[in-house]
Write a protein that binds this ligand. Sequence first.
Ligand SMILES: [Zn+2]
Length: 172
Amino acid sequence: MSGEPMRLCSCCGELVPLSELEYSFAYPDAYYALDEAARFAPGTRCNDNFCVIGERRWFVRGVIPLPMESGDMYRIGAWAELSADDWRTVWDSWDERGSDLLPPLVGTLANHIPSTYEASTLGLNLTLRLHDQTRPSFHFAGTGHPLEREQLQEITPHRARYFTGLGSGDKA
Ligand SMILES: [Zn+2]
């Protein structure tokens, strides 16, 4: 038997299992776009949390929180591109306490969510907030993009399942 909790969906009145798997990208799109040789070039490296391309593009992994009408939080795992200085700030504070108190940073979304919106999500302006216990969170304001509306409003359990159904996001 599945132990997944169920949530009542307002779009259809059905009970929908709340998936524990969330949609996420393993790398920034710019890193996916590199061929094997370029990924091993000096100054380029990626791990689970940080990515650098050619010592000139700087990325941090975080989440796009999407509040659900059930009161749960769905999180899309994605990457933000930051300035070198701000990237360094995140790097330095990663294992430190007090990250919650740091001012938000500005960046751009470094992943395109496929098949979902007419306009790409790549390059959307965001603010990045640091947290002590969890990955940084990305928040949109003034983008006019429907993803921002989904973040400000609440998504249904079916919408959450839709995102999960997009797969791992891993194009590598
Ligand atoms: Zn529904």
